[in-house]
Write a protein that binds this ligand. Structure first.
Ligand SMILES: [Zn+2]
Length: 149
């Protein structure tokens, strides 16, 4: 029988060191890690390097987080959000008008087709219903959009 595989113990040490670095290692895992570091110079060296990198990154993040926010930043963010909401509302208003105009055009076109087919021959020129539907759409959609500004 051979003893425990040292490579496996070193791989586990790396995982435990990662857990320790995230603050997620249990006391038993920390004890296992310390025992392995006491016996394995390679893992102990890697642990020291990793701990130094962790400290440097943490220090850098804390310095950045403590940095001051430019003056007027909050106001600019609120103004941008309000402007974006107003633009979205205007776009939704346009879409609602366009949908209403589409329904109106369909109704007018359908109605004019019915009256055309019911009228005696030559009473209405072909395409008059489409032209009046186009006028209705222009009146409902485009005029309010440009007059409203
Ligand atoms: Zn090791």
């Amino acid at each position: 029988m051979t003893g425990p595989n040292p490579n496996l113990a070193c791989a586990r040490s790396g995982l435990l060191d990662s857990l320790r670095s995230d603050g997620a290692a249990t006391p038993d895992q920390l004890a296992e890690l310390a025992a392995h570091h006491a016996a394995c110079a390679a893992c102990r060296g890697q642990h020291l390097v990793a701990a130094r990198v962790d400290r440097a990154v943490g220090d850098r993040l804390r310095r950045r987080a403590a940095g001051s926010v430019p003056s007027g930043f909050a106001g600019a963010v609120v103004a941008a959000a309000v402007a974006q909401r107003a633009q979205a509302l205007a776009e939704n208003r346009f879409l609602r008008r366009a949908a209403a105009a589409a329904v109106l055009v369909a109704l007018v076109a359908g109605g004019s087709m019915l009256t055309q087919s019911a009228a005696p021959d030559g009473a209405r020129p072909l395409g008059e219903g489409v032209a009046s539907a186009r006028d209705a759409a222009r009146t409902v959609v485009f005029r309010p959009r440009f007059e409203g500004r």
